[in-house]
Design a protein around this ligand. Structure first.
Ligand code: AMP
Ligand code: GLY
Length: 429
């Protein structure tokens, strides 16, 4: 089976690697892909993931058996719909279901209508009404969110009235996030620990994957700006069996049923961002795709063939397949360009990688997922904010982390930055 993967980050590298392990996989393509992915798939760097017509044209040329759409933007833009119209089988939701990530106003109203636990909220397009509401609530911190996609930066946690007022003004009046911020959600701040649960679903059945934990802030101790994610661990030890059962009954099953009842059956991977509060698990956000870097720690633990799962979802027979998970733990440490998520330089040579983009000194104990790299004459260069996701498995979380960090120490590039406390919270440190 020939498969075209759409996207070009660490998540897509993890998907490519999982698919490449299947005996059913024939040719593997990736658009645009990146330096590291090119070691296991034929990449098309000139075709961007958001170039909908370009991807469709590429699919028509390559004639893959499946197209696996990994990032949020093309899903929200309707790439899956376009591919299906042309007769291609796909992994990923159609636009009318990807809206669960594409519009927070939509996802919040869905949760309200179907009694799915989440933070209390109101939506606004008018500055005056929004500010009035904040004054009336008079509860801080308060959370201000742009409705649409904003590269993970559209959420402001305001500590006081002034910060909240400024956040509202920046989105509704200054247009900080463009059209994505022309409607905003103001919601209650939830106290607790965050857990990510990715789930396979065919619109009828939902099968959660092993849980994980992202580390979103740039620096140790959860300091600094929000990033796309600086490291992950799986499974998340704070997500107990009891919480998993409660989440399944109160959140996962009702969400899948709600989307189908609304005429928006969700097929693919649904990302549940949960907050474990004193009143039980609540939804922080939904994403219509695998998380990045959650995929890098969850997919290595998948013992079932991902191609079989992809087919079962397409055929809406997910109930007929058993999905097995390894009992090991997995940890991923992101090496980023100095300055990320703000200004950073690219084009720095990465030392310590072999010609396949793997750690020379740790190729047997760790796997290096490439997020933003380019390969030129067998050498790898930085090409993005997040550069590498150095990942290792272990019998327990502690040993997975030790292996990942010892591999990180063998890789270097100018101004490389990584957090040194990935997994500490999960280990109770
Ligand atoms: P989102 O893009 O909605 O996931 O928000 C980004 C991050 O902001 C989340 O991962 C949380 O850390 C934080 N966050 C969002 N909404 C809330 C909330 N209601 N209460 C507390 N933290 C939140
Ligand atoms: N790691 C968070 C996300 O993929 O949205």
């Amino acid at each position: 089976m020939d498969i075209l993967i759409v996207g070009g980050g660490g998540r897509e590298h993890a998907i490519a690697r999982a698919l490449s392990k299947s005996p059913k996989t024939g040719k593997l393509y990736c658009a645009p892909g990146n330096g590291g992915i090119s070691a296991i798939a034929e990449c098309f760097p000139e075709v961007k993931a958001t170039d909908i017509d370009g991807i469709v044209a590429l699919a028509e040329r390559l004639q893959p058996d499946y197209v696996f759409v990994a990032p949020d933007d093309p899903l929200v833009m309707g790439l899956v719909d376009k591919l299906n119209e042309k007769g291609f089988k796909t992994f990923g939701p159609k636009a009318n279901a990807a809206i669960i990530e594409g519009s927070k106003a939509f996802s919040k109203s869905l949760m309200k209508k179907y009694n799915i636990p989440t933070a209390a909220y109101e939506t606004f397009t008018d500055e005056e009404k929004a500010v009035e509401y904040i004054q009336k609530q008079n509860s801080y911190p308060t959370v201000i969110k742009a409705d649409g996609l904003a590269l993970g930066k559209g959420v402001i946690i305001a500590k006081n009235f002034d910060e909240a007022k400024n956040a509202v003004h920046s989105m509704l009046v200054d247009g900080k996030f463009g059209k994505s911020g022309s409607e905003i959600v103001i919601e209650e701040f939830m106290d607790g620990t965050e857990v990510t649960v990715l789930a396979f679903t065919d619109g009828k059945t939902v099968k959660p994957m092993v849980s994980s934990m992202d580390h979103k802030r740039a620096y140790d101790g959860d300091e600094g700006l929000n990033t796309g994610g600086m490291g992950t661990i799986a499974p998340n030890p704070l997500y107990t069996e009891k919480i998993a059962e409660e989440s399944m009954e109160k959140i996962f099953k009702p969400t899948i049923a709600a989307m189908s009842a609304e005429g928006r059956p969700f097929k693919g991977c649904l990302y549940f961002g949960l907050m474990l509060t004193k009143d039980g698990p609540k939804v922080v956000e939904y994403n219509s795709r695998f998380g990045d870097p959650e995929a890098q720690v969850v997919l290595p633990l998948l013992d079932t063939d991902l191609v079989d799962i992809m087919e079962a979802i397409w055929e809406e027979k997910l109930d007929q397949i058993d999905i097995e998970w390894s009992k090991s733990s997995c940890a991923c440490v992101v090496m980023a360009s100095g300055g990320y998520p703000e200004k950073y330089e690219t084009g720095k040579e990465i030392k310590g990688l072999n010609s396949d983009g793997q750690a020379v000194a740790a190729a047997d104990s760790a796997y290096v997922y490439h997020a933003g790299t380019k390969v030129d004459g067998g050498k790898y260069y930085t090409a993005g904010g997040r550069v590498l996701g150095v990942t290792a498995m272990g019998g327990d979380l502690k040993s997975a982390l030790a292996k990942a960090y010892s591999a990180v120490k063998t890789i270097s590039f100018e101004k490389a930055h990584y957090r040194t406390d990935i997994g500490h919270k999960a280990l109770g440190k």
